[in-house]
Ligand binder design. Structure first.
Ligand code: ACO
Length: 430
């Protein structure tokens, strides 16, 4: 039975019937697209607290139950049984690939790992201490100037080449940014290596000695990437959709997503967690730090805690926490003081009334930085790692939006509170 909402303007008595749309799971949504035409009003929802910006078939989150599904598959199952590139394929194409489909996808990604030599020269223009996210965002946007032969967004084959290209090249671009910051020579991709092993090689190999890729590190990266691959309409994904809705070049849309991800309230949180742990220093200082967090005037947040959607444990945080112990043990770093401090901080915060009453739990980023750190990746690169993983989700959402025959440019409205109309005053009269 279809439900309807009735909205009545109590001043005029005029009513509007609003259709209710049901998804396959999750809360129903009220279709307000005719509201302005019928009632002459807009809805107001800063921060999209109660607004579904789109219909999507890609990822489902139940924030109260701590559930995350990619194309219907629980993230826990994918983390245990799948690989990052298989998950990327699932997100983009909608079903788990057959062996032949997966092989073809892996082969295509492998064949697109190199970037145009001229694009690589861009890095020479950046200052040595440029933040890697600034370099990555700029170079990804610049890809629009190089690969315009395959960016007819109305051609499904062009869209597919773009999707494979950006997923394949982002690790190469990230590694170039890292090598630039170190002043080391760039290491070219090696297509006989798997995705994450190749990335580690591009990050850490140097021409003067042999670099042995640690399979534990490659496996840990792959798992982190699965967990970061998509998260429905988060800020960066919504940014990619909004930029892409104008028909913009897809590389420009992904670059907009990289920029949005950079903020400390979003993907920049993993870097901020490490800064925070460094600042706290030792377990003896936790109480003092939490007192500053709870004092609202201090403007300090417990980074890696809280989430707009999860009001229960972030399921990714649970997996990462377990993985953190395993990885550090395998790498012989189980006595890592940062891990000990993080565990103690989590323990104390989870018992503290401030965090309990606000349903603030550790999110995906509370432990991811500790793992990246143990793998030798510096904090300034953490958000770049996140961007590499999230590219799979951005591409899937961009594809879904662009191939929707009913797509519309994203164009929110506003509640205007500025001056009403007034006349221009000559400068001598102001
Ligand atoms: N530390 C201290 N207090 C917090 C925190 C935190 N990390 N997060 C939320 N709160 C408090 C707020 O002060 C507010 O308290 P109040 O009701 O007394 O005013 C209440 O909890 C609700 O917080 P909001 O900011 O309204 O929640 P919102 O959903 O807008 O924010 C966010 C979510 C941005 C993630 C927030 O929890 C935060 O800043 N966390 C720290 C940064 C972080 O870890 N970001 C990563 C998110 S995961 C990701 O993007 C991959």
């Amino acid at each position: 039975m279809s439900t309807k909402f009735e909205l009545k303007n109590l001043a005029t008595g005029k009513t509007t019937q609003l259709d209710v749309m049901s998804g396959t799971i999750g809360p129903d949504v009220i279709d307000i697209s005719h509201l302005t035409r019928d009632q002459g009003v807009f809805t107001y929802d800063p921060g999209f607290m109660a607004t579904a910006s789109t219909e999507s078939k890609i990822t489902y989150i139940d924030g109260d139950a701590g559930v995350l599904l990619y194309r219907g598959y629980p993230v826990e199952q994918l983390a245990e049984k799948s690989s990052f590139l298989e998950v990327a394929n699932l997100l983009i194409y909608g079903t788990l690939p057959t062996k032949a489909q997966l092989d073809a996808f892996l082969n295509s990604i492998m064949r697109h790992t190199m970037v145009n030599e001229h694009l690589l020269r861009f890095f020479q223009g950046f200052h040595h201490n440029a933040h890697p996210m600034a370099m990555v965002s700029a170079v990804v946007a610049s890809m629009a100037a190089f690969y315009h032969d395959s960016t007819d967004i109305h051609d499904p084959r062009h869209r597919e080449i773009f999707a494979h290209r950006i997923i394949a090249k982002l690790p190469t671009i990230a590694a170039a940014a890292y090598k630039h910051s170190l002043g080391q020579p760039f290491v070219y991709p090696r297509n006989n290596l798997r995705y994450c092993a190749n990335m580690l090689n591009m990050f850490f190999a140097v021409p003067c000695e042999t670099y042995a890729i640690d399979p534990v590190a490659a496996e840990a990266l792959d798992l982190l990437f699965i967990l970061h691959a998509d998260h429905e309409q988060n800020a960066s994904t919504s940014t990619v959709r909004l930029a892409g809705s104008t028909g913009a070049n897809p590389y420009a849309a992904i670059s907009a997503g990289v920029s949005a991800l950079w903020g400390p309230a979003h993907g920049g949180a993993n870097e901020a967690v490490l800064d925070m742990l460094d600042g706290i220093g030792s377990a003896a200082n936790i109480d003092k730090f939490l007192a500053r967090v709870k004092d609202k005037d201090g403007g300090v947040r417990l980074m890696g805690f809280g989430h707009r959607v999860y009001k229960n444990f972030d399921p990714r945080a649970k997996i990462i926490r377990g993985m953190c112990y395993r990885v550090l043990e395998k790498l012989g770093k189980s006595n890592d003081p940062l891990l000990e401090l993080a565990v103690r901080l989590e323990e104390i915060a989870l018992k503290d009334e401030y965090f309990v009453s606000r349903k603030l739990y550790p999110n995906v980023d509370f432990y991811s930085g500790i793992i990246y750190s143990a793998l030798g990746i510096p904090p300034s690169m953490f958000t770049v790692m996140f961007a590499i993983a999230r590219t799979a989700g951005w591409v899937a959402h961009w594809q879904e939006m662009v191939s929707d025959p009913h797509k519309k440019i994203g164009r929110p409205r506003q509640l205007y509170t500025g001056p009403t109309q007034r006349d221009y005053q000559p400068i001598e009269k102001r």
